[in-house]
Design a protein around this ligand. Structure first.
Ligand code: AMP
Ligand code: MG
Length: 313
């Protein structure tokens, strides 16, 4: 299959309407989309990404009316989050409507719903005319793509179209909150922090899987965000004994002669560059990437979550 790269949201939406797959930019990362109501089209996402069938997808909407097509019920907590934080980098897990095929939710009776605030994403979603399910547009397990070139690197010839936009602003995936029961539960950290959620609904809690319990968000158990290089987490100012074919990413200047180093002036910039830095290191066949630990407040919590998962082997 030939992958068309276009900057026209109308041309890209045409592929969605014809049952195809389209990668598109959002404020978080690039997503790989298909018409949520077309089970055959949704299957193409799993195939292209080599994504495990038990990892659910997030549905992206252009407007509030489309949330009603996806969810059988929008409770008061969900309505409050929507009023306060939509559009933005927040996914709400809601009970799914009968129209949503089970392949999109990996067999769950809930669906993740998000309204991006990214202007090109909004124009694309409006032109599609249907909600678009989209996980990150990378091969499963690889770092999420924050540029259209990173999408092409993983998925050229495997998807119908890439909607070309700028590098994504935030660089980490959306915050996921389960609103399907009475107490909202933060399942995945993102740019919207626990503190911001609690400012809307004070009862919101951080979900922590306990041993033996079925994982509430199946995607959390899969290997994630990993470059080929190994990731090592280090305290600021740590001395690294043999940095020869290694890279350093963090806020402070490292002690040692690294092949490659990127110093970020803020945690937001660290989050914005981390996945592309991982990919660059792979292109340069670097063996190890030392990543500086950051304080876990604001987007620092989401960044540390991704770094820890990337460091798991
Ligand atoms: P991705 O967009 O590739 O980061 O994948 C979407 C992630 O959102 C999944 O891996 C899950 O962690 C989460 N997610 C999506 N839908 C649901 C759902 N219905 N229930 C719980 N978590 C979900
Ligand atoms: Mg992903």
């Amino acid at each position: 299959m030939k992958t068309v790269v276009t900057s026209s949201p109308i041309e890209a939406a045409d592929f969605i309407q014809n049952g195809g797959t389209v990668a598109f930019p959002t404020e978080t990362v690039y997503g790989l989309g298909a018409n949520v109501f077309d089970a055959t089209a949704v299957a193409k996402i799993f195939e292209a990404k080599q994504r495990p069938a038990d990892n659910p997808l997030i549905a992206h909407v252009a407007n509030l009316a489309q949330i009603r097509e996806l969810a059988s019920e929008v409770n008061e907590n969900a309505r409050n989050f929507i009023d306060a934080l939509f559009p933005g980098p927040l996914t709400l897990v809601l009970p799914k409507s009968d129209r949503v095929p089970l392949i999109a939710t990996a067999g769950l009776y809930t669906i993740g719903v998000r309204m991006p605030r990214h202007e090109l994403a909004q124009r694309f979603l409006e032109a599609c005319g249907v909600p678009v399910v989209a996980p990150s547009a990378n091969l499963s397990g690889r770092p999420s793509p924050t540029t259209w070139q990173a999408v092409l690197e993983d998925l050229d010839g495997r998807i119908d179209c890439i909607l070309e936009g700028e590098a994504t602003e935030i660089g980490l995936e959306s915050t996921v909150v389960d609103c399907s029961s009475s107490v909202p539960m933060l399942l995945r950290q993102g740019a919207i922090s626990l503190e911001e959620l609690q400012a809307v609904i004070p009862e919101t809690v951080l979900y922590q899987a306990t041993d033996g319990e079925a994982v509430r968000s199946p995607g959390l158990k899969h290997k994630h965000y990993s470059p080929r290089a190994s990731i090592l987490l280090v305290e600021p100012g740590s001395e690294i004994s043999d940095p020869r074919n290694s890279a350093y990413l963090g806020l402070g200047r490292p002690d040692g002669d690294f092949k490659k180093a990127l110093l970020c002036t803020s945690i937001e910039i660290y989050a914005h560059v981390v996945f592309e830095f991982f990919r660059e290191c792979d292109r340069e066949s670097i063996d190890a990437i030392y990543c500086e630990i950051v304080p876990e407040s604001g987007i620092g919590a989401a960044l540390m979550d991704r770094l820890r998962r990337a460091a798991e082997r």
